[in-house]
Design a protein around this ligand. Structure first.
Ligand code: ADP
Ligand code: ZN
Length: 219
C-alpha cells in the first residue's frame, strides 16, 4: 500500500508514521527528517534547506521533489511506502503523480489528521526530541522518566530549532496557504480519509488501523 499522511504541523504525522511503519512493514519517508539529516551532515542540500526551515518556510519545490524522486527509487519502496511531509504544495503533488506513474504506481490512500489550531501550538511548543535517537517527548503530555534525558537511549533532549513560537506560527500559516488546498486535490481523486488527530497517539492509531482493515476488505 502506498500511503500519504497529511495534517498541519503538530498534528502527529511523525508519531503515527513510526507506528504504521512498524506495524505494516513499509518504509517511513519523511522529507522533514531527510532535511534534518542533510543539515546535520552539512551537505549542499542541507545548507540550502536550513535557510528556509529556520524561518518556517517551505524548501523550494525543485529541491524537495528531487530528494523524493531519488528516495522512491530505493528497493525498499517496492512493496509500499508511507510519505510524511510530502507533498506540501500542488506542484509537489503533481510531480509525485508523475514520478509514480512512470513506474506504474499510484497513491492508494491519503490519511489526513484533523486537529484544532490551539492544540497544534501547545503540542509543538512543548515538544522535545532526543539528540541521539530522535525519540520525541512532550514537557506535559509525554514526559521522560528523568528530566531532559531520553528514556530509550539516555541521550540529551533538545527543542527542534524550528519549534520556537515565531517559526511555528509561520509554519501553520504556510500550511493553510500552500498545503491545505491539497486536501481537495486528493478528495477529488476519492482517496482522502479524514481522521480525528486530537486525542492520544494510540487512539488516533486505532482509526488508522480501521482504515487499513477496510482497505484490505476491498482487495
Ligand atoms: P512539521 O510537519 O512538524 O512542520 P516536518 O519535519 O515535516 O515538520 O518539516 C520541517 C520543515 O522542513 C518544514 O517546516 C519545511 O521547512 C521543510 N519541509 C519538509 N517537507 C517539505 C516539503 N515537502 N516541501 C518543502 N519544505 C519541506
Ligand atoms: Zn534517545
Amino acid at each position: 500500500m502506498n500511503l500519504l499522511i497529511m495534517g498541519p504541523p503538530g498534528a502527529g504525522k511523525g508519531s503515527q508514521a513510526v507506528i504504521i511503519k512498524e506495524r505494516y512493514n513499509i518504509p517511513h519517508i519523511s522529507t522533514g527528517a531527510m532535511f534534518r539529516e542533510a543539515i546535520k551532515a552539512k551537505t549542499k542540500t542541507g545548507l540550502l534547506a536550513k535557510e528556509y526551515i529556520d524561518k518556517g518556510e517551505l524548501v523550494p519545490d525543485s529541491v524537495t521533489i528531487e530528494l523524493v524522486r531519488e528516495r522512491l527509487q530505493a528497493d525498499d519502496t517496492k512493496n509500499g511506502f508511507l510519505l510524511d511531509g510530502f507533498p506540501r504544495t500542488i506542484a509537489q503533488a503533481q510531480a509525485l503523480d508523475q514520478i509514480l506513474s512512470e513506474v506504474g504506481k499510484k497513491i492508494d490512500k491519503v490519511i489526513n489528521l484533523v486537529v484544532d489550531e490551539e492544540i497544534l501550538v501547545i503540542r509543538i511548543s512543548g515538544r522535545r526530541v532526543c539528540k541521539t535517537c530522535g525519540e520525541t517527548y512532550h514537557i506535559v503530555n509525554k514526559k521522560p522518566k528523568v528530566e531532559e534525558i531520553c528514556d530509550v537511549c539516555g541521550g540529551e533532549l533538545i527543542q527542534r530549532a524550528d519549534d520556537n513560537v515565531a517559526t511555528v506560527s509561520n509554519r501553520i500559516k504556510v500550511y493553510y496557504e500552500k498545503t491545505r488546498p491539497l486536501l481537495n486535490y486528493y478528495d477529488d481523486k476519492g482517496i482522502l480519509i479524514n481522521i480525528d488527530g486530537s486525542g492520544e497517539i494510540e487512539e488516533t492509531f486505532r482509526y488508522v488501523e480501521k482504515i487499513m482493515e477496510d482497505a484490505n476488505d476491498l482487495t
